[in-house]
Design a binder for this molecule. Structure first.
Ligand code: NAG
Ligand code: NAG
Ligand code: NAG
Ligand code: NAG
Length: 432
């Protein structure tokens, strides 16, 4: 249990916590880190060029093989002017997926769905090198989109099918690395609720370091004093918009007109943007759009522990968030509010367009999901599998213990499992 908790909680804290609070301290800190980096780099270079000093470990697949991507083979085959663009949704099962995993917006649950889907079909995932700049084997990048240096090339003779690990959205990047019939999908959550969840999960140092009990109010009243200068280093400065690939200068200028143009672009490029608050309906919509089955969209509530932390664990949690401060946050993260409202309205229109049967299908899905969850929690006592009866929205199917295991598998273990199979290697990841 502790292991799981650690995995969820400590994932990518490092990147954001690293940045200290005050400008003066930050300045000295930078000079200091600069020096340390220079020394480190020299040592590494020395070690690299003198095998006599340190014997280099044998590196298997996890190298930054830029040469591979310079090769003409990939891009020509995969380029298309349609993609990304939500117009031509396939008439058959959609297998090429670009999922933008937005922090704290129901995205771990979504990601498990894509991991399971791809794993069961032996599809190829875009993965970061196991040892990477962000120190976690499941993070492609927290500050840029997919690049040749933050991912591992596909195995020989294969192309990528799915991306569903943390990385910023970028039209050109997604086009470059994914097939031309890829559908792009993301999720959004109410910004103030996302903000609170971010605080609890990331505990950003630039807010933790504020003195007094009313850190959050103090922060929201003077965000310009505390926010990191670099947008990528902030988890509270329109982070949702940033993860959707909004250029940093639009965020810095709070340029609402430019952002509205950007939303029109996203509107063209994203097939579905799910709403954390209407999760089951969002999944049913995705199932219909992608020609998936009910079994594909089943999920277990993976973030139960996290939500407990979100609501109950207030003793150990240093932030009190005053609901009356929401207008201040809204002013600060105004682009996130525009983004959320935009996709909320769009999802509602998409659902309305599906007609009256949609609500019934959602009910059926909720019922089955509950049944499967109950089965997964009692398997040892009763049987190896459960059969879900046919309905107007699904064929009859079985859910096995193995399905339960996959549904309950956390991100890092699942990623490790996929990495080992995809590259036929032994993972060296371990908790430190
Ligand atoms: C998409 O890529 C396939 C090959 O993978 C190619 O046959 C097809 O013509 C491309 N479609 C478009 C619209 O570019
Ligand atoms: C993103 O962060 C990584 C690791 O800290 C760094 O190597 C890279 O240069 C950064 N990229 C940008 C665009 O800032
Ligand atoms: C609203 O945000 C803008 C830009 O971030 C800032 O200049 C202004 O002071 C904020 N207004 C309030 C009332 O916080
Ligand atoms: C899955 O893909 C790997 C290569 O990534 C291949 O070696 C293996 O045979 C495939 N297995 C199945 C069942 O298709």
């Amino acid at each position: 249990m502790t292991g799981i908790y650690l995995e969820m909680f400590s994932t990518h804290l490092t990147f954001f916590r690293w940045f200290p609070v005050r400008h003066s301290i930050r300045c000295c800190f930078r000079v200091f880190t600069g020096l340390v980096m220079v020394v480190l780099v020299s040592l590494i270079l020395a070690a690299f060029f003198h095998p006599m000093i340190i014997k280099r470990p044998h590196i298997l697949v996890q190298t930054f093989d830029n040469a591979f991507f310079k090769n003409k083979v990939l891009p020509k085959l995969l380029f298309s002017d349609n993609f990304p663009g939500r117009t031509p949704l396939a008439k058959t099962e959609q297998v090429h997926i670009g999922f933008v995993k937005v922090h704290k917006a129901a995205s771990s649950t979504m990601q498990n769905i894509f991991l399971r889907f791809g794993y069961l079909r032996n599809l190829t995932f875009i993965l970061p090198p196991e040892k990477n700049a962000f120190s976690w084997p499941n993070i492609i990048s927290l500050n840029e989109s997919i690049t040749t240096y933050n991912i591992v090339p596909p195995p020989p003779g294969r192309h990528f099918d799915i991306v569903c690990h943390h990385v910023l959205y970028g039209r050109e990047a997604f086009r470059k690395f994914l097939p031309n019939d890829t559908v792009v999908i993301g999720s959004v959550r109410k910004p103030f609720s996302l903000f609170q969840s971010m605080l609890r999960y990331m505990q950003p140092s630039y807010i933790m370091g504020i003195l007094g009990d009313r850190k959050v109010s103090q922060f929201l009243r003077n965000t310009f004093l505390y926010e990191p200068d670099i947008i990528a280093h902030s988890v509270t400065n329109n982070r949702m918009a940033f993860e959707y690939g909004c250029p940093a200068d639009i965020i810095i200028r709070r340029d609402i007109y430019a952002f509205k143009d950007y939303l029109r672009v996203l509107d063209q490029e994203f097939a579905v943007v799910l709403l954390a608050e209407r999760f089951d309906e969002s999944l049913v919509l995705m199932k219909r759009y992608f020609h998936w089955t009910l079994k594909d969209i089943l999920y277990a509530k993976l973030n139960v522990d996290m939500s407990k932390r979100d609501t109950e664990d207030t003793d150990t949690f240093p932030f009190t968030v005053d609901p009356d401060d929401e207008p201040l946050y809204r002013n600060h993260s105004i682009l996130d509010y525009y983004l959320y409202d935009f996709f909320k309205n769009r999802l509602e229109r998409q659902i309305d367009a599906e007609g009256p049967e949609f609500a019934k299908e959602t009910e059926q899905f909720k019922k089955v999901r509950k049944e499967v969850e109950d089965f997964c929690h009692t398997i040892k006592k009763y049987s190896d599998s459960v059969t879900i009866k046919q309905s107007p929205w699904n064929e009859e199917f079985d859910v096995t213990i193995f399905d339960c295991e996959l549904m309950h598998k956390y991100e890092i273990s699942f990623t490790t499992m996929i990495r080992e199979r995809q590259y036929n290697m032994k993972s060296t990841w371990s908790y430190k």
